[in-house]
Design a protein. Structure first.
Length: 329
């Protein structure tokens, strides 16, 4: 938010027409003794002194207003920085279920061997979850990634800020994966229609994903990050221009070596961004068919970086939604 500030000083010299006696009476406390005159004979000297005083007055006001303008400019810059900081500030999910899930993911990060680290929100999480309702998705996960020691660290509903918080709070510490597969940002976009040609979500998500990338590179400098484009949302197709702009931005973050950009949207949806039949369950979350498209795009990269999958797998067991387990008891 910008503050427009203009200050105008209007100084009336009508006082110059006042008699010396009136000036002496009205400004006795303001002007120094040498400016106070009692007789008309000193009128010219009085005018000279008054001119000096007026000039000093104007200069003082100018400095004062300049100081105020500097303060306003500082506030404007601070506001811009604050808005930018919001996009990259780690934010926890404070509900009990998410905190339990975070604890379980911390434990998961300490188990087994993890060569491929999947990071993201519910679109990532459901693929490798132990929840009964996603059994078919877990079977597809194992079919495609068994032997590559792949572990899933997605959590449903996470924004880029929430993912950053999980990373800042240990979920990647000492894991040292060889490959990180990252998909994030759809929950920042949501399903609200664009707010105009410069919708703030585009810049916000771009900065958030960049912050996640930088943290992953810091924690796992030897890993190659496969940065996924955000998949289509058909729960409100009006947001697709926002998603496409974000994807165009984050594609520029890849260097083709340690950060590789992978967009599978042309295999999930038509040119008008409408998902092909069977790709998603609700216009957002992928189904088995959609996940298989994702897997087919990933496997050549994994083979290049890791070689063919081994006959054994040492990844930690899959985790699920703690609230679902609680209901099943």
């Amino acid at each position: 938010m910008q503050i427009n500030f203009k200050s105008t000083v209007v100084l009336s010299l009508a006082a110059l027409s006042l008699s010396p006696f009136v000036l002496a009476q009205s400004d006795r406390g303001r002007f120094p003794p040498q400016v106070i005159f009692k007789g008309a004979g000193d009128h010219r000297n009085m005018m000279d002194q008054l001119g000096i005083r007026v000039a000093q007055f104007i200069k003082g006001r100018r400095l004062k207003f300049q100081g105020m303008e500097d303060k306003v400019s500082s506030l404007n810059n601070a506001s811009e920085r604050s808005e930018q900081d919001e996009a990259v500030r780690p934010v926890p999910r404070t509900d009990q279920n998410s905190m339990i899930a975070h604890k379980e993911l911390l434990e998961k990060a300490r188990k087994g061997r993890i060569d491929v680290y999947f990071l993201g929100d519910s679109i990532t999480r459901r693929w490798g979850a132990s929840d009964e309702q996603y059994r078919a998705l877990l079977e597809n996960w194992r079919l495609n990634f068994f032997g590559w020691n792949a572990a899933n660290f997605g959590w449903g509903g996470d924004t880029t800020q929430n993912i950053l918080w999980r990373l800042h709070n240990g979920e990647l510490d000492h894991v040292n994966p060889k490959v990180i597969v990252l998909m994030a940002g759809t929950n920042n976009v949501g399903n609200n229609p664009p707010a105009g040609p410069d919708d703030p979500r585009v810049a916000e998500v771009t900065r958030g994903i960049k912050a996640i990338l930088e943290f992953c590179r810091m924690k796992a400098p030897e890993a190659t990050v496969v940065l996924m484009g955000i998949t289509p949302r058909n729960d409100n197709i009006a947001v697709m221009p926002i998603i496409n702009l974000i994807n165009a931005n984050i594609a520029k973050l890849a260097d083709g070596k340690k950060i590789r950009y992978l967009n599978i949207n042309d295999r999930l949806a038509s040119k008008d961004d409408r998902l092909f039949e069977g790709m998603a369950t609700d216009g957002l979350h992928l189904d088995v068919k959609g996940y298989q498209v994702w897997a087919e795009a990933l496997k050549p990269i994994l083979k290049e970086l890791l070689g063919p999958p081994a006959k054994e797998d040492h990844a930690p067991p899959p985790t699920g939604d703690p609230s679902v387990r609680k209901q099943e008891r």
